[in-house]
Design a protein around this ligand. Structure first.
Ligand code: RP5
Length: 162
């Protein structure tokens, strides 16, 4: 069953958002990926948000750039957890996306992640940790992932100066 929805405002967001899909795939979490635009396909956005819970989706990762209303407007139409990823924009490097996503009014939360690839990957890791609350196998996979990451950093060396 598909448990996580990944939506983005344009196929130009895929370079960034693919990192969320990759993490979920690596953890064996099934997800769907869709282009859903707040401004260009608002009716589709509402339909997606309104039907997601009924289709078994447990969390929605939404990425957008510029006037990034997609995560907030999806959150306005569903009580599922919405994880917002600010996609770097051409002129303001994603600072516009970040502020558009993070400054939600009280009562309609969007969990907002870092701009770009790290944000997309971390949104997926956060979705994994949400699902892991009710899935011991997934929780163990998350532990293993963290241990490997720790071991990698502990094994890091730095070059000697001449
Ligand atoms: C946003 O506008 C999208 O999320 C994308 O980041 C940005 C630019 O879209 P395109 O002009 O590349 O389709 O809605």
């Amino acid at each position: 069953m598909i448990e996580v929805g990944i939506v983005m405002g344009s196929n130009s967001d895929w370079d960034v958002m693919q990192h969320a899909a990759r993490v979920l795939k690596d953890f064996g979490v099934r997800c769907e990926t869709r282009v859903v635009s707040a401004h260009r396909t608002p009716d589709l956005m509402f339909e997606y948000a309104e039907t997601a819970r009924g289709r078994g989706i447990k969390a929605i990762i939404a990425g957008a750039g510029g006037a990034a209303h997609l995560p907030g407007m999806i959150a306005a139409k569903t009580t599922l957890p919405v994880l917002g990823v600010p996609v770097p924009s051409r002129y303001l490097r994603g600072e516009d996306s970040l502020l558009s996503i993070v400054q939600m009014p009280k009562g309609v939360p969007v969990a907002t992640f870092a701009i770009g690839e790290a944000g997309a990957a971390n949104a997926a890791l956060f979705a994994v940790s949400l699902l892991a609350n009710h899935d011991p196998v997934l929780a163990e996979k998350l532990e293993v992932f963290r241990r490997k990451q720790t071991d990698t950093v502990l094994a890091m060396t730095l070059p000697e100066l001449d």
